[in-house]
Design a protein around this ligand. Structure first.
Ligand SMILES: Nc1ccn([C@@H]2O[C@H](COP(=O)(O)OP(=O)(O)OP(=O)(O)O)[C@@H](O)[C@H]2O)c(=O)n1
Length: 474
């Protein structure tokens, strides 16, 4: 197909010259996948990824437009000049207006000023301090274009109101250890150990090692000298001296280890995945589950969120995605982010505003359960997009939805639930999990061994379907 459209193009404009072709192909190679999180008032309002045609920053502009005003953007690579110039565009406007004499400002009012402020840009742009979006890794010393781009980025940065920075704090003490222990004990790993008691006990550590390698490849410049050169080119020469450089590398490695640990709690192991027990259900196109790799990825997002919990004992995370009717410009394909949440006391409450005892506490009045907002409830409350009844929307929850949440999820029009079912059918002291098993009209995909005995992905997922999604999610 690509060849055909290329021929068509050539018919219109004449074939591309050799130089032009070479430029196009190096351009493609230089643009590495970039992830981007858009945050407004401490709330995630967008999760994007670069696609074949567009960088993540441009996608955010297309999707949010002037709603990017006052947002914080978190990039997995330093954005290139083409993205940055658009993103800081509005902020420069605001600065100009601030500098205008008072008479001129009033002259601009009412409609003129309003327009200027509507165009105003983002607050802060943070990026991961490794290889930038226009890769400097293509040659030992980086290609000329990439270096020029890095210079342009610096220039745009120093002339913009938006604060462009690296945010990489050391993890709190014992964080990795805590995450490892909790990941090891999470419902997904527990289910494998229960259903396959003689599975290699070390499968969890093996998965973790694999993930660490994978993420180091993605996020770390393995050669330290090369990393220093990159930092120097992207204007971070002050981080190249020790102890700053070694601290930076250590913080990056710790975070990679933490991500890999969380990811290995939803492991790619044997034929485990999110499956529906009801085979009739999976035959209907609308109810088809996502490719396993994508479902696992979204569940890892939910697992990460669970660490923000305000519950002393159990963290739960939930993420809602929807699939539009057609593939759009985002690297996440037709899938787009709706909202996310974790279990916590009502937003804005202070420490000790509410009781926080668990069900072991005899006095029922000081137990937490009447006050804690469940992860699914927060995801629904703080969603940034509407849930459209005609679209396939899905929620990923790290724990089985309880009786309070099941009717909410169904009532909100969510079509699919991905969850664990370890507690299903249980009536605990304060929370019951009876309704999930009986729930109808919403497809349920629970973490289990593939009931059909073979790997569904190999059996009937054409490769294109898997890659259609995966393209964007990493
Ligand atoms: N689908 C769910 C299920 C539970 N939770 C949260 O998970 C925590 C613990 O739930 P659970 O372990 O099922 O309840 P209990 O065993 O009663 O918890 P505890 O022993 O801590 O009282 C609670 O904060 C609850 O709000 C949630 O957010 N979403």
């Amino acid at each position: 197909q690509r060849q055909k459209s290329q021929e068509k193009e050539e018919g219109k404009h004449g074939p591309l010259g050799d130089n032009e072709m070479a430029r196009v192909s190096t351009d493609k190679k230089q643009v590495k996948k970039t992830g981007l999180v858009v945050v407004k008032n401490m709330k995630i309002v967008g999760l994007h990824c670069s696609s074949e045609d567009l960088h993540a920053g441009k996608i955010a502009l297309i999707k949010h437009g002037s709603r990017l005003k006052n947002c914080d953007l978190y990039f997995s690579r330093k954005p290139c000049s083409a993205c940055l110039k658009m993103i800081v565009n509005g902020s420069a406007f605001e600065r100009q207006v601030e500098a205008l004499p008072e008479e001129m400002v009033s002259w601009l009012e009412p409609s003129g000023l309003q327009q200027v402020f509507q165009a105003a840009g983002v607050n802060r742009i943070s990026y991961w301090p490794a290889d930038p979006e226009i890769s400097l890794l293509s040659g030992a010393s980086g290609s000329e274009d990439a270096k020029l781009d890095a210079k342009a980025v610096e220039r745009l940065k120093s002339n913009s109101r938006a604060h462009v920075c690296v945010l990489l704090q050391p993890l709190v003490c014992f964080m990795v250890q805590f995450v490892e222990e909790t990941s090891h004990k999470c419902d997904f790993i527990q289910k494998i150990s229960k259903t396959l008691p003689d599975a290699n006990v070390d499968f969890y550590s093996e998965c973790r090692q694999e993930r660490v390698k994978e993420y180091e490849m993605l996020f770390l410049v393995s050669n330290e000298e090369l990393h220093k050169q990159i930092l120097m080119t992207i204007g971070l020469e002050n981080l190249c001296e020790n102890p700053y450089f070694s601290n930076l590398r250590q913080n990056m490695k710790d975070l990679i280890l933490l991500l890999a640990t969380v990811a290995s709690s939803v492991p790619n192991f044997k034929h485990y995945g999110f499956y529906s027990g009801n085979t009739e259900q999976i035959n209907e196109i609308h109810n088809q589950s996502l490719p396993q790799e994508v479902a696992r990825h979204c569940m890892v997002q939910a697992r990460l969120l669970a660490y923000r919990t305000e519950d002393h004992k159990t963290g739960v995370g939930a993420v809602i995605w929807a699939e539009g009717k057609s593939r759009n410009c985002d690297g996440t394909g037709a899938m787009y982010f709706i909202g996310c949440g974790y279990n916590a006391f009502p937003a804005g409450s202070e420490y000790a505003d509410f009781p926080n005892m668990d069900d072991k506490q005899k006095d029922r009045e000081i137990r937490k359960f009447r006050y804690i907002i469940h992860a699914e409830q927060n995801a629904l409350t703080f969603r940034c997009q509407e849930i459209k009844p005609e679209e396939k929307s899905m929620i990923f929850v790290t724990k089985c939805p309880c009786d309070e949440c099941v009717p909410l999820i169904k009532g909100a029009g969510i079509k699919q639930i991905y969850a664990g079912d370890v507690d299903v059918g249980k009536k605990k002291a304060d929370i019951s999990y009876m309704r999930f098993g009986e729930l109808e009209g919403v497809s349920k995909f629970t973490w289990q061994l593939n009931p059909s005995g073979t790997c569904v992905l190999e059996q009937n997922e054409p490769e294109s379907r898997e890659s259609k999604y995966l393209q964007g999610l990493y």
